[in-house]
Design a protein around this ligand. Structure first.
Ligand code: PLP
Length: 458
């Protein structure tokens, strides 16, 4: 399809969404995020429908979903139970305010979430996205210290190469240069730890990389540089996805936790990608054996069906906010759509699905099969410099083409799509994270198609 096919796009939009569109749809008005818009409009990749493990594009071709949408559709697509729950809820209570007012579902959902979260992350604040979850957690950290008489703790520590969404808080603690440099200085009083990607020492290691635990000591350096009494929180993705799948060496997160504890610094895990079964447990914190003070989530919470995020907050943090006069608002923060009934309905149905179908542990069961298939790609292309995996996450990193960083990655994305496979690309790293309902045959198909595509990359 190209831009001359606007009329057929209009017909398809009508067919799929039940709309009656008389005017042709043009691709010009929607300014797409994180996209080369002019290139896309000239040669679009349009997904028109989805079911189970597959999308279909506007020409009806099946596209095997290698990335659970954007790491979010963990239960697969168009699961009737989730869709019906949303539709029923829409007809019952479409919206309710949750400022000094309430509706039942967010309370039910928070209780359910508490039951699968690591203790003592016993309280849940709802948002609409990962970015909002991150900004919420950073604000709670600052307010918590201030409330306890430590208002000088205003410094926030992120990591190089981290992705924490696109709010000003998340951008500031994030460490991807392109996501920061256009937008001014961001928050003051932010510093960054070194990241743990070390291809020279860890290339092609399976699971957690053996080398690099000493990088946790970088936190000690930053603490001493700024004075521990000025630091509010450290935020870390236990496993980063958007930056190209960066894994923690064994013991790294434990050491970060120890250093935070020693200096009274809060530890936030950003589990927007790793939450809800991606690594074989409800949350990566559980599999990796380190409990943070707060956990930011989104994506898999509703299996991607309706936007929603959640911040899990430890008992001691929540308690501190409950000490003021009973009639006083305890946190001056929230969103119109906090606890939205449709999102809550989707999340409850997604949780039912995850639990009944054993999807929280599925990544663990399939991990070895996934790992073997992924690492077998090593010889598919001479430019592969690393392969990384954990749970149902995988990454194949290509050397950048001289003078054209990202070009090989983009070619993989484009050719994989034309071949019938959805992958995610960051620079020259190809990332995979299929829905957790994936079967071995799908895994075979993912690696067979990706292998074919990699073999064409010069
Ligand atoms: N944090 C992490 C670790 C993420 O991977 C993402 C998105 O990929 C976000 C935050 C932002 O989430 P959203 O796009 O829902 O705002």
């Amino acid at each position: 399809m190209n831009r001359n096919d606007d009329a057929s796009l209009s017909a398809l939009a009508g067919q799929y969404a039940g709309l009656n569109l008389s005017a042709p749809v043009s691709l010009d008005a929607f300014w797409m995020p994180f996209t080369a818009n002019r290139q896309f409009r000239a040669s679009p990749r349009l997904l028109a429908s989805a079911e189970g493990m597959y999308y279909r594009d506007v020409e009806g071709r099946p596209i095997l979903d290698g990335t659970a949408g954007l790491w979010c559709c963990n239960a697969g697509h168009a699961r009737p139970r989730i869709v019906e729950a949303v539709s029923r809820q829409g007809a019952t209570l479409d919206f309710a305010p949750h400022f000094q007012m309430g509706s039942p579902l967010p309370f039910v959902l928070a209780q359910r979430l508490k039951a699968i979260a690591p203790r003592p992350l016993d309280h849940v604040f709802f948002t609409n996205s990962g970015s909002e979850s991150v900004d919420t957690a950073l604000k709670i950290a600052l307010a918590w210290h201030r409330m306890r008489g430590e208002g000088q703790r205003v410094r926030l520590i992120g990591r190089e190469k981290a992705y924490h969404g696109v709010g000003f808080g998340g951008m500031s603690v994030g460490g991807l240069p392109n996501n920061r440099k256009w937008f001014g200085p961001g928050l003051p009083a932010v510093d960054h730890l070194r990241h743990t990607l070390d291809i020279a020492r860890n290339a092609f290691s399976r699971g957690l990389p053996p080398h690099g635990v000493e990088l946790a000591e970088d936190l000690e350096r930053i603490v001493q540089l700024h004075d521990p009494s000025t630091i509010a929180a450290v935020i870390i993705e236990p496993i980063s996805g958007s930056a190209g799948v960066i894994l923690p060496p064994p013991g790294y997160l434990q050491r970060i936790r120890e250093i935070c504890d020693r200096y009274g610094i809060l530890l936030i895990f950003d589990e927007v990608i790793t939450g809800f079964g991606r690594v074989g447990a409800p949350f990566a914190a559980q599999r990796l054996g380190v409990v943070p003070d707060m956990m930011t989530t989104a994506k898999g919470l509703t299996s991607g069906c309706v936007p929603m995020g959640a911040v899990f907050v430890s008992e001691r943090i929540h308690e501190a906010f409950m000490q003021g006069p009973e009639g006083a608002i305890d946190l001056f923060h929230g969103y119109t759509y906090t606890g939205h009934p449709l999102a809550c309905a989707a999340a409850l149905a997604a949780l039912d699905t995850y639990e009944e179908e054993g999807l929280f542990t599925r990544a663990l069961e399939l991990e070895e099969y996934w790992q073997e298939g992924l690492h077998a790609l090593r010889g598919a292309c001479p430019h592969i410099i690393d392969i990384r995996n954990y749970g149902l996450i995988g990454a194949v990193e290509l050397a950048p083409r001289p003078g054209a960083p990202g070009a090989r990655g983009y070619e993989v994305l484009e050719r994989a799509f034309r071949r019938g496979l959805l992958v995610r690309v960051t620079g020259d790293t190809v990332a995979l994270s299929p829905p957790l309902i994936v079967e071995r045959t799908h895994i075979d198909d993912i690696f067979s198609m990706l292998g074919e595509v990699l073999a064409t990359i010069q």
